[in-house]
Design a protein. Structure first.
Length: 320
């Protein structure tokens, strides 16, 4: 929701005119009720074959919960899915290794088709995301750490600083996890048991920055094509963006892959991803830092509530 607010306040898509991307391009948007009802797949295999990401995510979450509930009997299936996930992460890594060349081609095509002026408004898109993420980190971390855990916010931010810098430079929550664990245990005083459980889960499912990014991307596209979004559209964006961010892998530019899901949920042209992809690396840096900060804030609250946080360590200067 924070991304939607800032996108409407700063209007990054206002004045953006891109050839072949206009209000006639979108398909009919689904109502919020249709979107909610459509999440439950009648046939999971068909959902995978047709690329219905919301239904796939729902079925995957349900399957994961069932595997955990069954326990040891489902261990072979758990190992299979873990191995499959690692394979997909490796393939994604290979693809992203080639991404700079693709991004260069996309920027060259956009500038050649529409003129270099079309790239200037994208600076406002970057500003919008950075402002939204910084405010989110301050407010949410302040609420979690300062209010719920009753700890000093600045000491928390100082303790998690190294993880934020690594996340910002690498754009991968999963790759930053070892540094995040070290900061949590040695700088914030979070016990090994709590940090080893909460942070890996957060690196997979708690994607605050990614959810903000998807909301801003949707509003940016709507403004660029001259489409006015109503409350049902915003509800659909929040729902689809939240589910998509949960399903996003902790690898660079994973959120970009799921942008078409959010755009299509409100009938916006998915072709807008070609423009956003040109600056996605810059956007990914901030949203990954936001994701990592949120993970650490949640771990801090859990550790404090469970008596698993050493406040003497939390109050000292970082040693990492």
């Amino acid at each position: 929701a924070g991304g939607l607010v800032w996108a409407n306040l700063l209007r990054p898509g206002a004045g953006v005119a891109i050839a072949g991307l206009d209000a006639a391009a979108p398909t009919d948007a689904l109502s919020l009720a249709d979107l909610v009802l459509g999440i439950v797949p009648a046939n999971p295999i068909e959902a995978m074959a047709t690329g219905n990401v919301l239904q796939v995510i729902f079925f995957a979450l349900l399957t994961g919960l069932a595997i955990n509930a069954v326990g040891e009997a489902a261990a072979p299936l758990r190992r299979f899915f873990n191995a499959a996930a690692e394979i997909v992460y490796k393939i994604t890594h290979w693809v992203m290794e080639a991404a700079p060349y693709g991004v260069f081609a996309l920027i060259a095509w956009v500038a050649g088709t529409n003129g270099i002026a079309v790239l200037r408004p994208l600076a406002m898109l970057i500003v919008t995301l950075y402002v939204a993420c910084l405010v989110h980190m301050a407010l949410v971390s302040g609420l979690l750490v300062g209010v719920l855990a009753r700890l000093n916010l600045w000491q928390f931010l100082r303790g998690i600083r190294d993880a934020q810098l690594v996340a910002f430079s690498t754009s991968t929550s999963s790759g930053t996890l070892p540094v995040t664990l070290t900061c949590a245990q040695e700088n914030l005083g979070i016990s090994r048991g709590v940090s080893s459980f909460v942070l890996p889960v957060g690196a997979t499912m708690n994607m605050d920055g990614t959810a903000i990014y998807m909301g801003i991307a949707a509003v940016f596209t709507a403004q660029a094509v001259g489409v006015t979004l109503d409350m049902a559209d915003y509800g659909a964006i929040i729902l689809s963006g939240t589910l998509a961010s949960i399903g996003a892998a902790g690898v660079p530019s994973a959120g970009l892959i799921l942008i078409p899901l959010v755009l299509s949920s409100v009938g916006l042209p998915v072709e807008a991803i070609a423009v956003i992809a040109g600056i996605d690396r810059v956007l990914d840096m901030m949203r990954t830092a936001t994701n990592v900060t949120g993970d650490a804030a949640v771990a801090t609250v859990v550790a404090k509530s469970e008596g698993e946080l050493d406040e003497a360590v939390f109050a000292h200067r970082p040693v990492v």
